[in-house]
Design a protein around this ligand. Structure first.
Ligand code: ATP
Ligand code: MG
Length: 369
């Protein structure tokens, strides 16, 4: 598809795409796509989500679609449910059991296959968490302080003070990625600064502890999708925590209601101009992604028929696109035992990988007693 999504420059998103390094990551992603096509066996993917609510269209077009595509290409895929990271911006992880089950259901419904991909929760993997200690020694406070995504999240946080976990969670994320030696991380653009932290830690670890040039950790790369920042119904980043999301599990009626209430602008003629008309362009983009069409052409078709016509088109496109996912999700939700088992099996596989890596780290750091 030829979509190109400058929706990233929306006016009310305070961190700019340039500041996050999006243009370079986009160019690099195109090169990576070529290598993946040629040799999928060279790659191992790690991605994940916080269990803070149901997954939404921003996740879907930002990363989930890529995860399934990579899995189908034969790339080994690890999916982390980042349960400890829920505590970065709130005191208590509410309804965690429910949110974790929702995430597993969403993954299975979109096509993550637990026989080929590993779904696990990082709190269940002690050896993964142990990597945090040496990794923290490899990055400076000044470097952590510069992270624009962390700054943005601090400004949105529900807490009045910044916890040590909020400040250091990109290092925890490095442990998520490196424990399984993933070299490819399909993410939305907010994650790019975090991936830089992981790359720095991998390089420094290899340099400091590598024996005769041996590299224990790969230096992983971000893979951006065609929609690295989808906006929500209020024109800000679609986000579980901001109440502006259309979830994958929403009913067709709820989807219609949410899209009807989405923010637009007074301009009657519909165009695709993400930099100047972020809200309208985001709706156009959503329809385009669901229909597999170019957003400029979608906008042209609506033209003078205005926002109401645009919203009906988006509603129809989203509901049709998600219908099979929603049906599968409803069927899977009837078997909670299976959902729990998928996670238990995934945790077991992830634990085996993490223990092997931790043994290697101990050997490299001379702490294998
Ligand atoms: P929360 O509000 O609780 O932080 P979130 O909606 O931001 O939730 P995360 O679990 O933090 O979701 O993000 C998981 C993954 O989905 C990350 O790779 C992130 O970049 C991607 N992602 C989240 N929201 C969007 C979006 N609106 N557009 C594109 N990618 C997104
Ligand atoms: Mg987030």
């Amino acid at each position: 598809m030829t979509t190109h999504l400058d929706a990233t420059t929306a006016a009310d998103v305070s961190v700019s795409a340039e500041e996050l390094g999006v243009p370079a990551a986009r160019r690099r992603s195109a090169v990576l796509e070529e290598s993946i096509r040629k040799d999928p066996g060279r790659f191992r993917v790690l991605t994940g989500d916080r269990p803070t609510g149901r997954l939404h269209l921003g996740h879907y077009f930002g990363t989930l679609h890529n995860r399934v595509r990579l899995q189908e290409l034969g790339v080994e895929t690890m999916v982390v449910i980042a349960d400890y990271q829920v505590l970065t911006d709130r005191d208590v992880a509410d309804r965690l059991t429910e949110h974790v089950a929702d995430l597993v259901l969403d993954y299975l419904a979109i096509g993550i296959d637990p026989d080929r991909s590993t779904i696990f929760a990082h709190s269940a993997i002690p050896a993964l968490n142990q990597l945090l200690v040496p990794f923290l020694s490899l990055i400076s406070v000044a470097e952590l302080n510069r992270n624009p995504t962390v700054k943005e999240e601090i400004s949105q946080s529900r807490q009045s003070s910044v916890s040590g976990l909020m400040f250091t969670y990109p290092v925890h994320q490095a442990a998520d990625i490196l424990f399984c030696k993933a070299n490819l991380v399909p993410v939305g653009q907010d994650q790019l600064p975090h991936l830089e932290v992981t790359r720095t830690i991998a390089r420094r670890f290899n340099r400091r502890y590598g024996d005769g040039g041996a590299t224990l950790f790969p230096v992983p790369e971000a893979l951006l999708s065609a929609a690295p920042l989808l906006l929500g119904t209020d024109g800000a980043k679609m986000s579980k925590s901001r109440g502006n999301a259309i979830t994958l599990a929403a009913s067709a009626d709820e989807t219609a209601r949410l899209i009807r209430g989405a923010k637009t602008d007074p301009g009657r003629h519909i165009t695709y101009e993400p930099a100047t008309r972020p809200e309208v362009s985001s709706l156009v983009l959503l329809a385009a992604l669901c229909l597999g069409r170019d957003p400029h052409l979608v906008a042209q078709d609506i033209g003078g028929r205005g926002a109401a016509a645009l919203k009906s088109l988006v509603t129809e496109a989203v509901n049709e696109y998600l219908a099979p996912v929603r049906l599968r999700r409803t069927q899977l939700a009837e078997d909670r035992g299976y959902v729990r088992q998928v996670l238990r099996d995934g945790n077991e596989r992830a634990n085996a990988i993490a223990e092997t890596t931790l043994d290697e780290v101990r050997a490299a750091m001379s702490t294998a007693y």
